[in-house]
Design a protein around this ligand. Structure first.
Ligand SMILES: Cc1cc2nc3c(=O)[nH]c(=O)nc-3n(C[C@H](O)[C@H](O)[C@H](O)COP(=O)(O)OP(=O)(O)OC[C@H]3O[C@@H](n4cnc5c(N)ncnc54)[C@H](O)[C@@H]3O)c2cc1C
Length: 671
């Protein structure tokens, strides 16, 4: 085991980034024209990075497996993006956003990175507004804000329930300008299947053209991975169906350490699973917790009556409802962070209070909000003594204005009108805080290889606060990487064009081709999805919201077993030299089957509860926090970065010790 160098610059935290930028080496404009950068992924992180690097003058080659950058998973982001602008005058500041993020992440993130993130957050909003992103505005025309979990201020900027889509259109238009100028060469429908290293430095990638099946070589002076998160290791998640870990896993196998794989976010407000034939879960944005109240019936009789259809949730009086988050966490109520809200829902459902047929659902109810807004609107519009129906009508209109598209989505999927009956929700896998380890420069443990956005191990520690992923992805892409990569590239100005006709490219291409040929020639009997579902079940049951030593050991052994069966029995129809979605999936699931085992190994090593990682052996036994997660700062205040050594079980642990100089390490309490 070795200690990792995070390359955090010295000096006071508030000056680090500015001082650092003032002293790093720059590349002059004439030299930038001779430097190529590959960006794998054009979601919010990769799209913003590609556009900015091209604007700076570098030659960018950008890759995405979708048919357009507009279809990256980032488009699904609903609720909003944080920034410390303090437009509400409610006491927000760079320090508070920094503090909330470190605390929200359960003190498992790197202070200097988080401070920088908070510092550049305000620039992101200005940048996006300048691009024309239509953020919601208040009555006076100023940008509006709402609140997300784990904070006591309103700092979330939003565009209805489509914030990701609008931000992505902004980044995409910035990219398009550069595509038109010839500064970005865009490779849609291309999947990166390996990175190529020459003399220890990342010098290119091997990609498959997903339409023709052709294998291509691309070289560059630096490679940036922005390939998103790995939540689909659980098979069912709120991620887009195509989201996968392949790019991140391939670079891990070539020397990039993988950090904190066990830190996954299980989001509390998703539409519950309906059965075994489901391939996707749907998020109901956290923004709904601004106005929705979460409850289950107090009495088991009512639970049974609801499940059997003898009663409706609306039949239950206020006294008959258990608003368990408000009861347990009076200070934050329904806006506790996601990990806390998810575990509380699980606790109620495990105790038998789940309100649907599977016993895995709680209510998210807007009745109080509709009433409250209705009364307020009646006053504003001068209606005296409004009837209940009028109050309801006015309140519903306001709720619709705020969350209309989310309500519509819910109704389409569940076939119930959430304005009339409470939504049913349950936690689901949503985001991965773990990922490729990067230093302060966002460089991995491989020289010239960078990782940004959800794909890196990120600034969110063991738990991400709502609306902070978009902030991090865009901070990385627009404001951090474009500086830090310049420092590295300033040493590349004499390198010249990088050839793809070298033994390193030959070897990497051969590895990729051999694997593809194996898949299409294997005479197996089971589909790729068969294995993916099996893996997902083990992950959810044994490496899900709560984990214990026994279950984790079993999970490691079971995943290894599934992997072995996969390589014998997988069947991939079709050819290598054509468009073949099953072949694409096979490669991705093969990587998930390795990552899943490392994930369980990491969870097993971390004998503490922190953020999204809840070890059943590590809970508070008494006092005010009884039953809550128990962190162990003495032994586990480090980033666990794993080095690839063949079998996932053989991976070697490297530690980055976390120092907290500007925030006092405290027990996280939302009571
Ligand atoms: C339903 C949902 C709602 C969310 N809402 C919010 C929200 O309101 N606020 C918030 O802050 N966060 C939200 N998040 C989280 C946030 O959307 C993501 O963390 C973020 O968009 C990830 O951006 P990214 O650019 O890192 O990756 P992605 O958007 O996933 O983009 C990945 C890119 O990499 C490409 N790619 C991947 N692998 C390869 C490969 N091998 N070869 C070539 N290309 C590859 C893809 O084509 C794509 O272009 C939400 C997440 C979900 C699931």
């Amino acid at each position: 085991m070795s200690t990792l160098n995070s390359k955090v610059p010295g000096g006071p935290i508030k000056d680090k980034w500015t001082d650092y930028k003032n002293h790093i080496d720059l590349v002059n404009p004439a030299n930038k024209r001779n430097i190529d950068v590959i960006v794998v992924g054009t979601g919010l992180a990769g799209g913003s990075a590609a556009a900015t690097l091209a604007e700076l003058g570098y030659n960018v080659k950008a890759f995405a497996y979708q048919d357009s950058p507009r279809r990256a998973h980032s488009i699904a982001a609903q609720g909003g993006i944080n920034a410390a602008k303090n437009y509400q005058g409610d006491g927000d500041s760079t320090y508070r956003l920094f503090y909330d993020t470190v605390k929200g992440g359960d003190y498992r993130s790197r202070e200097a990175n988080v401070y920088r993130l908070a510092e550049v957050s305000a620039n992101i909003i200005d940048q996006c507004v300048a691009q024309g992103v239509p953020f919601a505005r208040d009555y006076g025309g100023l940008l509006d804000n709402r609140s997300f979990g784990g904070v006591l201020v309103s700092r979330t900027f939003y565009a209805k329930g489509q914030t990701g889509q609008q931000l992505l259109l902004g980044a995409y238009s910035a990219m398009n300008r550069q595509i038109a100028r010839g500064k970005i060469e865009m490779f849609n429908r291309h999947e990166m299947l390996d990175v190529v290293k020459v003399d220890g430095k990342a010098r290119g990638i091997i990609a498959r053209n997903l339409v023709t099946g052709e294998i291509e070589r691309h070289s560059a002076h630096a490679v940036v991975i922005a390939s998103g998160g790995y939540g689909n290791v659980y098979f069912l998640s709120t991620n887009a169906m195509g989201s996968n870990a392949t790019a991140a896993w391939k670079i891990h196998k070539k020397g990039a350490h993988f950090a904190n794989p066990c830190y996954t976010q299980i989001h509390p407000t998703c539409i519950p699973r309906s059965g075994d034939y489901q391939s996707k879960l749907t998020l109901m944005s956290e923004s709904l917790r601004n106005d929705g109240r979460i409850w289950v019936p107090k009495s088991m009789d009512d639970v049974m009556a609801i499940r059997e259809g003898r009663k409706k949730p609306t039949d239950l009086s206020e006294e008959e409802r258990d608003y368990y988050l408000e009861r347990r966490y009076p200070a934050f109520g329904n806006l506790v962070p996601r990990d806390v809200a998810s575990r509380a829902a699980k606790e109620r459902c495990d105790a038998g209070y789940g309100v649907n047929a599977t016993g895995e659902a709680v209510y998210l109810d807007f009745k109080s909000a509709i009433n409250r807004y209705g009364k307020e609107q009646a006053k504003i519009t001068g209606i005296s003594n409004p009837s209940e129906a009028k109050i309801y009508e006015l309140g519903q209109a306001l709720v619709e204005e705020k969350y209309g598209n989310l309500f519509q989505m819910y109704e389409k999927i569940v076939d119930e009108n959430p304005y009339e009956t409470p939504m049913m929700i349950y936690p689901a896998t949503h985001y991965t805080m773990g990922g490729v380890w990067v230093d302060y420069n966002l460089m991995t443990t491989v020289e010239g290889l960078y990782c940004i956005g959800e794909a890196n191990f990120s600034d969110h520690g063991a738990n991400r606060l709502g609306a902070s992923a978009l902030m991090q992805g865009l901070a990385d892409g627009y404001f951090v990487l474009p500086y830090t990569i310049g420092d590295y590239l300033s040493n590349e100005i004499r390198t010249g064009k990088i050839s793809t006709e070298t033994k390193e490219f030959d070897e990497a291409e051969k590895e990729v081709t051999d694997r593809i040929n194996f898949f299409v020639n294997n005479k197996g009997s089971k589909s790729v999805d068969y294995f993916h579902k099996k893996l997902g079940k083990v992950m959810w049951d044994k490496v899900g919201m709560a984990r214990n030593e026994k279950g984790l050991k079993e999970a490691m052994a079971e995943i290894k077993g599934i992997r072995e069966e996969f390589w014998k029995e997988v069947k991939v129809p079709g050819e290598a030299s054509e468009m073949n979605p099953e072949l694409e999936k096979a490669g991705r699931v093969a990587d998930f089957l390795e990552l899943g085992e490392l994930f369980a190994k990491d969870a097993l090593m971390r004998e503490e509860s922190c953020g999204g990682h809840f070890r059943e052996e590590s809970v508070e036994l008494d006092g005010e926090q009884k039953g809550e997660a128990k962190r162990n700062d003495n032994d586990y205040a480090f980033v666990a970065a794993w080095e690839y050594k063949g079998e996932p079980a053989d991976a070697i642990l490297h530690k980055e010790e976390l120092e907290f100089k500007d925030i006092e390490l405290k027990q996280r309490s939302y009571k």
